[in-house]
Ligand binder design. Sequence first.
Ligand SMILES: *[C@@H]1O[C@H](CO)[C@@H](O)[C@H](O)[C@H]1NC(C)=O
Ligand SMILES: *[C@@H]1O[C@H](CO)[C@@H](O)[C@H](O)[C@H]1NC(C)=O
Ligand SMILES: *[C@@H]1O[C@H](CO)[C@@H](O)[C@H](O)[C@H]1NC(C)=O
Length: 242
Amino acid sequence: MSILFLILIASVMGGWQVYYNGFHQPNYLNCASNTCPYSFKYSGTLTSALFSNCTNPIGTALILSSSQMMASISEQLNNLKANGMNHTLNLDIYLLTQWNGDYLKIEYKTQNYQFQFTTQNTLQFSLGGCNSSQHEVKTIQIAFQEFTSMSYLKFRIVNELNLALIKNVHLSYYLCHPTCRTCTGDDYNECTSCFSGVSLVSGTCRCPIRTILTGEPPSNYRCLNFLFINLRTQKKKIFQTL
Ligand SMILES: *[C@@H]1O[C@H](CO)[C@@H](O)[C@H](O)[C@H]1NC(C)=O
Ligand SMILES: *[C@@H]1O[C@H](CO)[C@@H](O)[C@H](O)[C@H]1NC(C)=O
Ligand SMILES: *[C@@H]1O[C@H](CO)[C@@H](O)[C@H](O)[C@H]1NC(C)=O
């Protein structure tokens, strides 16, 4: 499941760049009381969040086990693209107990996202979780309007009888400049193709003469006749002064 997911990110998301990639590698992480790779912490005490080393498959997972456990990523990433668009959080949650309409809550600033899960009775044995235990895996995806700091991100379980692990946490954003359809980087002159009606000139998407680029980024860009736009705005001005 998670391997498939990584391949999907690499191949399908051509214009997307992953800038945070945690809890996916096949080795154990060494967590001290106040530091841990990927910087998940208890939001209350700011000590390291709870982890488990999994033997099959080998790897480390974040444990969410009761209402008291709230983990938040406190890392400020250098390559966090605050101006980038369409930030997307993806993660896999492994439900290790029977969930019965119970909630996982993810918080970003004042926004709250609730995911309600009901597992099949009984949980299946399958590989890919932790220690080959019974589990059900769900993939969560959240699109954020803007994403300026990792420290606002919090995870919480509501029913304290539930146990779940989190692995494969990714944050990505849409790499291309809004004027490009596809690209090699996020600058305006790194386009490899343009939206319809717009021409690619040395990596830049340009409209034909006497037209300008208009519309909502990133998929609605159109070259509109400049005279037409000018006329409309002038009319509006006249109307306003009358
Ligand atoms: C996981 O393994 C690492 C490396 O062997 C070890 O330092 C760490 O204490 C282990 N963590 C837990 C929660 O057992
Ligand atoms: C997986 O097995 C290891 C080694 O026996 C153990 O330390 C760890 O707590 C187990 N993790 C879970 C979630 O059961
Ligand atoms: C980015 O988000 C906007 C608004 O939600 C959406 O209309 C647009 O299609 C998204 N762009 C991509 C490349 O997914």
